[in-house]
Design a protein around this ligand. Structure first.
Ligand SMILES: Cc1ncc(COP(=O)(O)O)c(C=O)c1O
Length: 383
């Protein structure tokens, strides 16, 4: 038996996506920059995929810059905007951001660019007041706040925060990697100037993503070479990956309601069962969250121990974000929310996906109850 409940880490490639990609790995191998017919055929596929991704977030195709994933899109926007900003300008990021923002921000700070980290409340929400304070503190040219958090699933009011950023003259960026395909994501409605996306969270391939930008937004590229992607991300395009991203984007658009309803049902069932376990604390339960995500802790049990016990039962969950789990450090997101360290060490994330079933939720809960009982017994025997 194998039950995969870690869709915020990555999703399997949908067979429709794979079918669309395969011809671009073998038969249609022309370089999209070549002027001959195989090249033109590849270019056409590239532009079709760009239109599919653009449609999902409600922008013009020319606003989509393909990258190697969410990490590169996040690095590109921070370096790209700050590289052209006035020498005394700073930037703001929220304390909740993914490591690809936080570490890129630290590297910029180390090179002398002033950074302000905006703090969040106990539910993992960034208020417009705290955001405004952070912007004022730093003469900010740029602010980056994620749309939905990968650990808690908490969704920020980006439209409101964008207004605040614009009124201060700062470029507003949102990392929408986790939100895409799990809730409506519309660039205009969010009022942002830039947005990061990734294919492998929406049943597309790994190693491909996009930075979506407002028309006229000036960015300093990170790479130099040819003129690909309007000069903002040069290098021969990952054509099969981009084609896969396009198809995954179209599927995400067509199936959004069905997917969110399905995951919502699974989560309700899981949370009802979890609430009956006295040692369980569900993080940010009252906040607006992605419908597929539960982040919780069991008092007295380490998340990594629970993860391994569930893994032995064939159930894959996460003890935090995939990039930081295994680091031995409690989640920076929970720390930012003021969660006590001992509880933060117990954090486990379950993230549902399209193919999960109610039966799998029941198997998860049965396994969890068994593991929690035996681990707590073991703890009290040692005490
Ligand atoms: C919120 C968020 N941003 C960015 C990324 C990085 O995306 P990628 O894996 O495509 O580099 C992730 C991946 O876990 C993520 O969850």
């Amino acid at each position: 038996m194998s039950i995969y409940l870690d869709h915020n880490a990555t999703t399997p490639v949908d067979s429709r996506v794979l079918d669309a990609m395969l011809p671009y790995l073998q038969g249609c191998y022309g370089n999209p920059s070549s002027g001959h017919s195989p090249g033109r055929e590849s270019k056409q596929a590239l532009e079709y995929a760009r239109a599919q991704v653009a449609m999902l977030v409600g922008v013009q195709p020319m606003q989509v810059v393909f990258t190697s994933g969410g990490t590169e899109a996040n690095n590109l926007v921070l370096r790209g905007v700050m590289g052209l900003a006035n020498a005394d300008a700073g930037f703001v990021v929220s304390a909740l951001e993914h490591s690809s923002i936080l570490q890129s921000a630290s590297a910029l700070q180390a090179s002398g660019v002033p950074l302000t980290v905006a703090e969040v409340n106990d539910d993992g929400v960034l208020s417009s007041g705290k955001f405004e304070q952070a912007l004022n503190q730093s003469n900010a040219a740029l602010a980056s706040v994620m749309l939905a958090n990968n650990e808690t699933g908490v969704v920020q009011d980006i439209a409101q925060l964008s207004e605040v950023a614009r009124s201060r003259g700062a470029v507003m960026h949102t990392d929408a990697v986790q939100a895409l395909g799990k809730m409506p994501v519309n660039f205009e409605a969010l009022g942002v100037s830039a947005m990061s996306l990734s294919a492998h969270k929406i049943y597309g391939p790994k190693g491909v993503g996009a930075l979506v930008i407002e028309k006229g937004l000036a960015l300093q590229p990170m790479l130099y070479g040819g003129g690909h992607e309007m000069g903002l991300r040069v290098g021969t395009e990952n054509l099969s990956g981009i084609v896969g991203f396009g198809v995954a984007a179209e599927m995400a658009q067509d199936e959004l309601t069905a997917r969110t309803d399905h995951c919502g049902r699974l989560r309700r069932r899981a949370e009802q069962a979890l609430q009956k376990i006295p040692e369980v604390v569900i993080f940010a339960q009252q906040a607006k969250r992605l419908p597929n995500t539960i982040f919780f802790a069991v008092q007295g049990i380490e998340g990594s121990t629970l993860l391994m016990s569930l893994d032995r039962d064939g159930i894959a969950v996460s003890s935090g974000s995939a990039c930081t789990s295994g680091s031995g450090e409690p989640s920076h997101v929970l720390r930012a929310m003021g969660v006590e360290e001992s509880l933060a060490y117990g954090a486990v994330r379950v993230s549902f996906g399209n193919s999960n079933t109610i039966e799998e939720v029941d198997l998860l809960m049965a396994s969890l109850q068994r593991q929690i009982e035996s681990l707590l017994k073991l703890n009290s025997a040692w005490a």
